[in-house]
Design a binder for this molecule. Structure first.
Ligand SMILES: Cc1cc2nc3c(=O)[nH]c(=O)nc-3n(C[C@H](O)[C@H](O)[C@H](O)COP(=O)(O)OP(=O)(O)OC[C@H]3O[C@@H](n4cnc5c(N)ncnc54)[C@H](O)[C@@H]3O)c2cc1C
Length: 372
């Protein structure tokens, strides 16, 4: 279930291996816009084998540099991002999802505007009840329905057992077309506990708020009023263009808002149900969730093909292949969150120094800053 990144990638590979996959997605259609994400590492060979890498390169965003601002909005540092020749490609999450969906749609069945409400498994299969479609029986069920997975809740238990909030929240809102001056530049303002990034997400400028809130906000995607109040409160005393971006957030009917979380499951499968992508092992902030989702989909399809008729061994082999990498990565998320969104001004100075040390940088002189 889920037609985000992992779901359509898995459907493509399952269909190639002779399965007849059905993908259930609760949205009416695939989304548009969205944050820019980098397809990299293990996802590149998967995209190559799917034949979608040229399409992704054609949809690449134009972000070429990240400019850091002081709390009062002066430009202090520019980090150079990947070039066109880099073995990675940055696209919007929506474009990636759309490209993967197009590859899979001729061979897999997609049910949009529907969801699973009950799963009942026995030795021979899984009986699935849908919100809209008639009940059906499947051999296997894959929960590729993201961080707040319903498949995980139905089969493994409530979300609170497996999901830990990093104490940070992420919120995004599209902006007016003229909100970004330089389409190749991402701009980031940081003040203690809050970060604000603005960039062109291929065709639409996007503001991204990443922050610690004064009070914890429970996950409830329908409580838009609470999301708006939380962002407005968090950025009330932030300067530069924060008031303009907060106003856009308040005006939008359904801006994106979610706690940044990690998902840690003791096991990724139970009998005939298996979890994939963020549903199994989300690692917020590392910036590779989409790539891991694609690589995980490929690995799961490969193990199912390698163990015909033995899903238990296939699921175990898939989990052990991926879990080796997930554990150490998840341990990095806490320290990374403190480095990326420091609590104090000295912490911000440390973060910028790390940025200078690890990135290819152009230090912006005070004269350049004044000319901008
Ligand atoms: C603000 C933000 C910035 C990010 N930046 C990056 C980045 O720079 N690089 C990167 O690699 N990753 C990034 N990520 C993470 C990345 O988006 C995820 O790791 C990736 O999308 C996981 O893919 P997935 O297929 O597992 O889940 P998702 O992409 O979340 O897809 C899940 C799908 O399931 C559907 N669904 C959910 N519940 C149900 C239900 N009950 N019934 C039916 N369908 C359902 C959803 O609508 C969705 O289509 C970012 C995430 C966020 C929120």
């Amino acid at each position: 279930m889920g037609a985000g990144i992992a779901g359509p990638a898995l459907a493509y590979w399952l269909a190639r291996n002779g399965y007849r996959p059905t993908v259930v997605e609760h949205a009416r259609q695939l989304g548009s816009g969205g944050s820019a994400i980098v397809v990299k590492g293990p996802a590149i060979p998967v995209a190559e084998r799917m034949g979608v890498l040229p399409q992704l390169r054609g949809l690449a965003t134009r972000n070429r540099s990240l400019t850091l601002l002081t709390p009062d909005g002066r430009r202090v540092l520019r980090l150079l991002l990947a070039s066109d020749q880099a073995p990675t490609v940055e696209v919007t999450r929506a474009d990636l999802s759309e490209v993967l969906h197009r590859s899979a749609q001729t061979e897999a069945e997609f049910l949009f505007d529907d969801t699973v409400t009950a799963l009942d498994q026995d030795a021979g299969g899984v009986d699935v009840t849908f919100r809209r479609s008639a009940p059906r029986r499947f051999d296997l069920v894959v929960g590729a329905d993201g961080m707040h997975s319903t498949v995980r809740r139905l089969v493994f238990g409530p979300e609170r057992q497996f999901v830990s909030n990093l104490g940070l929240y992420g919120a995004t809102v599209p902006l007016e077309p003229d909100a970004v001056e330089d389409p190749s530049e991402m701009t980031m303002l940081s003040v203690p506990n809050r970060m604000l990034v603005v960039h062109l997400s291929r065709t639409t400028p996007l503001a991204i708020f990443t922050f610690r809130a004064a009070r914890s906000v429970p996950h409830d995607r329908k409580n838009v009023a609470l999301h708006k109040q939380t962002v407005a409160d968090a950025y009330a005393d932030v300067g530069w263009r924060a008031p303009e971006f907060v106003a856009a957030f308040l005006d939008h009917p359904a801006p994106f808002f979610d706690p940044l979380t990690t998902v840690r499951m003791p096991a990724w499968s139970r009998e005939r149900v298996v979890l994939l992508g963020d549903a199994a092992a989300a690692t917020a902030l590392l910036g590779d969730g989409s790539s891991r989702a694609m690589a995980g989909a490929y690995a799961l399809a490969e193990e199912l093909a390698a163990h015909p008729g033995d899903h238990a061994r296939a699921f175990a082999a898939y989990e052990s292949r991926l879990r080796r990498e997930v554990g150490p990565r998840q341990r990095r998320v806490g320290p990374l969150s403190r480095l990326m969104v420091p609590r104090t001004r000295p912490g911000l100075a440390v973060r910028n120094a790390v940025g200078r040390a690890v990135g290819r940088t152009n230090r912006i002189t005070s004269r350049q800053a004044a000319n901008r």
